[in-house]
Design a protein around this ligand. Structure first.
Ligand SMILES: Cc1cc2nc3c(=O)[nH]c(=O)nc-3n(C[C@H](O)[C@H](O)[C@H](O)COP(=O)(O)OP(=O)(O)OC[C@H]3O[C@@H](n4cnc5c(N)ncnc54)[C@H](O)[C@@H]3O)c2cc1C
Length: 467
């Protein structure tokens, strides 16, 4: 609570004066994340080891001081944003890869390691850490674990939770817990590792992470298929997987996304069609050509008007260019957007995209859909000018109706970005009263004074719409 007197001297003693900041300029830098929700902390600290994190949390309990763990601050739902003052605990000094063990195919890392840097370090060992959030060049492994990040490769390789074997966690009360094992198998006791993954900084602060690795795929083939009809594109996605080919990525762009990119890059995309699929298969070269040919046949049989296959790395890059350009292209449509990462069973994608089209008409909004068709995770972008109160109100109503539709289709409100502040008003819709209560009891058991990352998940908060 603002107005309290902070024990600055004690905080500085724990982490060092050089790792404690509280000037207005510094506090402003740690007041927001990529959601643009913001609130000033009272102090920002940069601990350097597990013992310091533990001491800080013990002090926070004594002083009833809220603590907000933070990685790179790239979260999309305000999960790292402080509330009502408090201490932001930045974990970026924990930036060492402690061990790469090629024989047991594991890596032990500190949470502040940048995801893409880890992936580069593994490459000379022929090892692969598959989770590929689009933010991997700047987000941290700790943030990825806390949010259970995923990306286009999830359709074949899964998400962050599938690669976390164990954790060193400082619990909200300051005690240090070690979860999991260094082995792929391990079934002793409750799976506390899984409980921690995706806990959004509310159950503990990770200071060491044991990751499972796999061999790097030898090669890849990339195809782009053009579908005049959206339903045909969606049928092709299911049919490819039913034919026992599991691509590493199947990305979709709807007509509004295709048009946005074409207006931005002028690369000759077909703006009259309803969908583009970008499909990649990876693995041993001997089977890849066969898989790519089979995928092309399936797409053409099911109504694709054209399928292009990249024959070189340059051509592969060209095919990906359209997909990568979607986000920057959107900036030309409106100054702001509400980006939802709803997810439905892949067979329900056509129903979802049709429903979104109806919402766009009903609420007079521009809504652009693209994303990971292989796992049903469709990024739905409501384009708007947040200063236009009327447009904002219509967008707010469209989001609520969208969420109801997603749940009716058997989906989830978030495939990647999490709950944080932005989705907290809606969490109960998905998990129900019982789910919310069970999670609240776990939180209370581990954090009796509600010190760690309060105001997230459980506290409905509509700040999102005002951000
Ligand atoms: C351009 C862009 C693209 C993105 N694309 C994707 C995507 O494809 N897929 C995806 O899943 N997400 C994506 N994101 C969202 C974001 O990058 C992820 O949620 C990422 O995992 C956040 O990592 P971070 O280091 O920035 O964490 P922060 O934003 O700093 O924190 C996120 C949460 O993690 C907690 N936390 C951080 N470190 C720790 C720790 N050591 N111990 C305990 N809790 C901790 C924080 O308290 C907070 O609750 C994207 C974001 C941007 C800006």
């Amino acid at each position: 609570m603002r107005g309290r007197s902070l024990p600055f001297a004690e905080i500085s003693r724990i982490v060092g004066q050089e790792n404690t900041v509280c000037s207005p300029e510094d506090l402003a830098c740690y007041s927001y994340d990529a959601s643009k929700i913001s609130s000033l902390p009272e102090v920002v600290v940069f601990p350097g080891n597990t013992a310091e994190v533990s001491e800080l949390l013990k002090l926070a309990n004594r002083e009833r001081l809220p603590v907000f763990p933070r990685g790179a601050g790239t979260g999309m739902v305000g999960a790292a944003v402080p509330g009502n003052g408090g201490m932001v605990m930045v974990l970026t000094r924990f930036n060492r890869i402690l061990e790469i063990d090629p024989d047991n195919m594991i890596a032990v890392v500190e949470p502040g390691v940048i995801t893409g840097e880890l992936q580069k370090s593994l490459s000379p060992h022929g090892l692969f850490y598959p989770p590929d959030p689009a933010s991997l060049a700047f987000s941290t492994i700790g943030g990825n674990v806390a949010m259970c990040a995923g990306g286009p490769r999830a359709v074949k390789y899964g998400v962050t939770r599938d690669y976390v074997l164990g954790l060193t966690v400082v619990l909200p009360t300051g005690s240090v817990l070690r979860t999991g094992t260094r082995t792929v198998k391990g079934v002793v006791g409750y799976d506390l590792t899984r409980l921690m993954v995706g806990s959004e900084g509310t159950l503990g602060v990770f200071t060491e992470i044991i990751l499972r690795l796999i061999p790097t795929p030898e090669s890849a083939r990339t195809l782009m298929a053009v579908f005049p009809l959206l339903e045909d594109a969606a049928r092709a996605v299911s049919q490819i997987i039913r034919q026992r080919i599991v691509p590493s990525t199947i990305e979709i762009m709807d007509r509004s996304a295709i048009r946005a990119v074409e207006n931005y890059l002028h690369m000759g995309l077909p703006t009259e069609v309803e969908a583009l699929l970008l499909i990649e298969v990876d693995g041993r070269p001997v089977v890849l050509d066969e898989d790519a040919n089979r995928i092309a046949e399936i797409c053409l049989d099911l109504g694709a008007s054209k399928v292009e296959t990249a024959r070189s790395e340059t051509e592969r890059e060209q095919l990906w260019q359209a997909r990568r350009a979607v986000s920057p292209a959107l900036g030309r449509i409106k100054p702001g957007k509400i980006n939802e990462d709803i997810t439905v069973p892949r067979t329900r994608i056509p129903a979802l995209i049709r429903a979104i089209g109806n919402l766009a008409v009903k609420y007079d909004l521009i809504i652009v859909c693209f994303g990971h068709a292989g796992d049903g995770n469709i990024h739905t972008n409501i384009m708007l000018d947040k200063k236009n109160r009327d447009e904002l109100k219509r967008a707010e109503m469209a989001v609520e109706e969208l969420f109801r539709t997603v749940l009716d289709l058997g989906g989830t409100l978030s495939g990647e970005h999490g709950v944080g502040i932005a989705k907290s008003p809606f969490m109960q819709w998905e998990v129900g009263d019982e789910g919310l209560e069970a999670m609240g009891r776990i939180k209370k058991a581990l954090d009796p004074l509600n010190i760690l990352n309060p105001g997230k998940m459980f506290t409905p908060n509509r700040a999102f719409f005002r951000a």
